[in-house]
Design a protein around this ligand. Structure first.
Ligand code: AMP
Length: 421
């Protein structure tokens, strides 16, 4: 299968070839033909599946096929994303894939002055990528009008609902013209996302693309059973490994993300954090430094990390396990890209034992238990009853014997298959 087979026009194919994309990903193969025909779509897909190009390419193609000048503040395509980073990244994708086409595009999001964004809008943009808050602000001030929208994309609906954007989204949808094509994407399927999509989509095509098995197969997943107080010293030891070239660490809270980065800096490691309390310029700088390699370690919360698409992340470290197992898949998918072997290390305390069990059930993958000097038998043996009483049980893994060496040898001990339930 090639992009030409999908009837993608030559200027787009040239841009894709320049980017080194030889073949469409499964979600692109499935979605593009429907989108070119004007169908609504509900896509279940995470970052790493190629979902951005799956909607960017057909939108660019259809806009360029019916060229007309967009009036000031009246875009033809509107893409809503939950975070500034993701909005900026989608906007960049339009620029990359559309480099041989003529069109105007911009991204608008909060945390920066609105002046330059208003100026861009006043020149007329065909494609507008926006976060909900700033879009509504600029709509209220009369700088953006949605009556010309032909293509409407909601990316990461699940995250937007989690972040409490439901009312904002309803207001945005209410301002759209009757006739438009809607494309919704969500990483997970929940009752809320289903209900939301059902109300707003007309006869949608449903497409589901889990990260390619090979992506997860390329990731070596390891768990370190550890007590909460030992997480920081363990991290400090691990990070000395020279193979840890570019490390993304996930923390559950913003405050902890700052503390982790600060402690690493105190040990002479080039680290920074990224989360919702940081200013836009701080976030942009941290991302830029991480991408360019100037920053070896980036500590992030899940929401801030949503837009991170950085190649060559050698290690993802779950300093805290995520409360949703889907989120784990999303996190570790940042490493092991393009066939390179990535490593995902998870720290697991007794309280997090149950979260690990839920992750194993979802991924159905072996997790290697690592030996290290801070090993906590209590964490390893915990039933997780405190965290989730209703579902507590002892897994086969939890009842296995121990016996340990000390880090830095960090030898894999045992690997155990996740149970199917
Ligand atoms: P996404 O799921 O949209 O976040 O994309 C994940 C990564 O895959 C991005 O770095 C894209 O540039 C890349 N990508 C998208 N489509 C293709 C393709 N057909 N071949 C290779 N890489 C791709």
């Amino acid at each position: 299968m090639s992009f030409g087979n999908l009837n993608i026009i030559d200027p787009l194919c040239r841009a894709l070839a320049k980017e080194g994309y030889t073949a469409p990903t499964p979600i692109q193969t499935l979605a593009i033909p429907h989108l070119l025909k004007g169908k609504d779509l509900m896509g279940i897909a995470q970052t790493g599946t190629g979902k951005t190009a799956a909607f960017v390419l057909p939108i660019l193609q259809r806009i360029s096929e019916q060229r007309r000048t967009s009036a000031p503040g009246v875009p033809r395509a509107l893409i809503i994303a939950p975070t500034r980073e993701l909005a900026a990244q989608i906007d960049e994708s339009f620029a990359t894939y559309g480099q041989f086409l003529r069109f105007r595009h911009t991204a608008i999001f909060g945390g920066v002055r609105q002046g330059p964004q208003v100026k861009m809008l006043s020149r007329g943009v065909d494609i507008l990528v926006a976060t909900p808050g700033r879009l509504l602000d600029l709509m209220n001030q009369g700088y953006v009008k949605l009556m010309g929208v032909e293509f409407f994309v909601l990316d990461e609906i699940d995250r937007m609902l989690d972040m409490g954007f439901i009312k904002d989204m309803r207001r945005i949808v209410a301002a759209l013209p009757q006739k438009h094509q809607s494309l919704f994407f969500s990483a997970t399927v929940t009752r809320e996302t289903g209900e939301f999509a059902e109300k707003l989509l007309t006869n949608p095509v449903h497409i589901e693309a889990t990260p390619q098995a090979s992506t997860l197969d390329c990731i070596k997943q390891c768990v370190f059973f550890v007590d909460q107080d030992d997480k920081q010293p363990l991290l400090k030891k691990l990070i000395r490994d020279e193979d840890m070239l570019r490390v993304l660490i996930f923390s559950r809270t913003k405050r902890r993300a700052d503390q982790i980065a600060q402690k690493l800096r105190q040990s002479g490691i080039n680290a920074d954090s990224i989360h919702g309390n940081k200013s836009q310029s701080q976030r942009t700088k941290a991302m830029h430094d991480f991408k360019s390699g100037r920053l070896r370690v980036l500590v992030a919360t899940d929401i801030a990390a949503r837009g991170i698409d950085v190649d060559d992340i050698s290690h993802v470290i779950n300093y805290d396990l995520p409360s949703e197992p889907e989120c784990y898949v999303h996190r570790i998918g940042r490493t092991g890209r393009a066939g390179a072997e990535g490593k995902a290390y998870s720290f697991c305390t007794a309280d997090e034992r149950n979260l690990l069990r839920r992750i194993e059930r979802l991924t159905r993958k072996s997790v290697v238990v690592m030996d290290h000097q801070y090993h906590s038998e209590k964490a390893k043996m915990a039933t997780g009853a405190a965290a989730e009483p209703a579902k507590s049980h002892r897994s086969r893994a939890a009842t296995r014997g121990s016996g340990r060496d000390s880090y830095p040898k960090s030898a894999p001990r045992k690997s155990y298959p996740a149970k199917r339930r």
